[in-house]
Design a protein. Structure first.
Length: 274
């Protein structure tokens, strides 16, 4: 397994403006899998529903400080971090107050850069190697903040009929953010989720997505898996709930692929500099 990377922090947004695609499940389990292969990970829950927080066993009573406090300038990001039961994986939790951020920030200066400014101190130290941001299933100020703060976007894509249509809309959003707020924003990759090998439509969608986006699509495919679906109700990532299930093993493979993709990116960047 790849060990902990000796490099600067990478901030990845887990985003898809379509709901029900396995976005939060991917954020939780990819974060857990990255920690399992030696990375130091901070997961930021940027969804007012707080499902990533719940799925990591951080209940409402434990959310003394949340991302809301950070975006409103009341707390530093470091003050909102809580430890999870997973070694190497920390969390900035969310609560329903986040839904009011757009109205409360109003026309404040740099309102689209609140999260970028909050993360900035972590780029200067080695506390984490990855920050994962779980976004709400919509294009709002929370998603814009996440993309403005990120190095790259990781897109979970459900293997269903309208998948490509939703992905095309998301690509337009990424282009808009790149053009106005974050010119360096990259597409880290597309991960196919809820794949059902018994369903010919799943395979057809996978083929279509790979044909359209090529190597941007990860080789690892996340299968539809009951144990993965059950895990959040126990406040555990699937890898903790049932390490041997097909879904957990797929997320471990995805983590390795993400790390290897990042290594290739760094090697290419070094070649271009030299």
């Amino acid at each position: 397994m790849p060990g902990r990377s000796d490099r600067a922090l990478r901030v990845l947004v887990v985003a898809n403006q379509k709901g029900g695609v396995g976005k939060t499940t991917t954020a939780i389990n990819l974060g857990t899998a990255l920690a399992a292969v030696g990375e130091k990970v901070l997961l930021i829950d940027s969804d007012p529903q707080g499902n990533a927080s719940t799925g990591l066993g951080v209940g409402r009573a434990l959310r003394k400080k949340t991302l809301y406090d950070v975006l409103m300038g009341e707390k530093a990001l470091a003050d909102a971090i809580v430890k999870t039961s997973v070694p190497g994986l920390d969390l900035v939790p969310a609560d329903p107050d986040l839904s009011g951020v757009e109205l409360e920030l109003g026309q404040q200066a740099r309102r689209s850069f609140k999260l970028r400014d909050a993360i900035a101190p972590f780029r200067a130290n080695a506390a984490y190697t990855y920050v994962l941001i779980d976004c709400p299933p919509s294009l709002n100020l929370l998603t814009v903040n996440a993309m403005a703060a990120a190095d790259a976007v990781l897109v979970p894509l459900q293997c269903e009929f309208f998948a490509l249509e939703g992905l095309t809309q998301l690509m337009r959003t990424i282009d808009l953010v790149r053009g106005s707020l974050n010119p360096a924003l990259e597409l880290q990759g597309v991960v196919l989720t809820m794949f059902d090998r018994r369903n010919s439509l799943s395979q057809q969608v996978a083929n279509d997505v790979r044909g359209h986006f090529g190597e941007t699509v990860y080789q690892t495919v996340i299968p539809r898996n009951v144990r993965v679906s059950e895990a959040p109700s126990f406040g555990k990532p699937a890898l903790v709930y049932d390490l041997k299930c097909a879904g957990s093993q797929a997320y471990l493979k995805l983590a390795r692929e993400v790390v290897l993709r990042e290594r290739r990116r760094r090697a290419q960047a070094q070649l271009e500099v030299s």
